[in-house]
Design a protein around this ligand. Structure first.
Ligand code: AMP
Length: 290
């Protein structure tokens, strides 16, 4: 695996791969890698070669009061994991390389960035879209892989790629969970043992909604109410939001009638966790991905 630190060298390497007719697959990450990230790498390896993974903790997507400084960093372990996973190139630029003095451009995907995480974290998706566009321009992959764990992010990036006619296809991959249902996240490392036990409440709330949908419930307010009740029974959990939205527009729905997302953001102690469930309509059958 080649480690690349500069934009120029990354561009040169990508240019060469494309000239050889190869299909570049790209997995952008912030490091502190876990099986969720590695599942994206596996999918990329099936469809693309070379596979490029980036590790860049993007300061622009953290608000001043957020955890940028203490965000988990584990470069040596990450590097080893990626090497074993068969990654061809690790692109790990410094902050000054990605944002040299005088950097001024922002990318804003309007509307889709306003609700849910965007409401709780103003400017977050502007930071995400800006760094992802810059990374896609540097790596120019045929495919870029994103996790459905960050469902709003994946939707926003797909919109950006379409609006800007990018040559990259955005691939959204399933959520990888711990055996007890907790969605894998670098931020799970912040949880104390009792908080870690409490953190399964997001999965339990979504599972309750899935069960009710399986029994025929289609009313969003009743589903949200049931999820809120599961969360309320967990003393360490403080919900930021519980919503059911249209999977395309991300606007709240009152009744399930097309593809939708149930999304939660919950604070457990000082750690903020998000999770979601895709509710898909396949002909007359409704399918919940958990
Ligand atoms: P991050 O390092 O948290 O920015 O995540 C990098 C990519 O990995 C994003 O596309 C995430 O959605 C994805 N990802 C993070 N956690 C998971 C998970 N548990 N399952 C699937 N994808 C994930």
């Amino acid at each position: 695996m080649e480690l690349i630190r500069t934009i120029e060298w990354m561009k040169q390497t990508a240019r060469q791969a494309r000239a050889e007719g190869r299909v570049i697959g790209f997995v952008p990450t912030m490091g502190a890698l876990h099986a969720g990230h590695l599942s994206l790498v596996e999918t990329a390896r099936r469809e693309s070669s070379p596979v490029v993974v980036s590790i860049f903790v993007n300061p622009k997507q953290f608000a001043p009061n957020e955890d940028f400084a203490k965000y988990p960093r584990a470069f040596d372990a990450d590097r080893e994991l990626l090497e074993h996973a068969g990654v061809d190139v690790l692109f790990a630029p410094a902050v000054e390389e990605m944002y040299p003095a005088g950097f001024r451009t922002v990318v804003n995907v309007e509307g889709l960035s306003d609700g849910l995480e965007g409401r709780m974290r103003p400017g977050h998706f502007r930071g995400v879209a800006t760094v992802v566009l810059r990374l896609l321009e540097i790596v120019s992959p045929r495919f870029a892989y994103f996790g459905r764990k960050d469902a709003q992010q994946a939707r926003i990036i797909r919109q950006m790629a379409s609006d800007l006619a990018l040559d990259t296809e955005i691939v959204a991959c399933p959520i990888v969970r711990e055996p007890d249902g907790l969605a894998m996240s670098s931020r799970n490392a912040y949880l104390s043992p009792s908080e870690r036990r409490a953190a399964t409440v997001l999965f339990r709330a979504l599972s309750r909604a899935k069960e009710m949908i399986g029994e025929g419930e289609r009313d969003a307010a009743r589903l949200i109410d049931a999820m809120r009740r599961v969360l309320a029974a967990e003393p360490l959990a403080f919900p930021d939001y519980v919503e059911i939205v249209d999977a395309e527009s991300l606007e709240p729905v009152t009744h399930l009638r097309k593809d939708s997302l149930a999304l939660l953001a919950v604070r457990i102690g000082t750690t903020r966790l998000i999770d979601n469930m895709l509710i898909e309509f396949r002909d007359t059958v409704i399918h919940c991905s958990l």
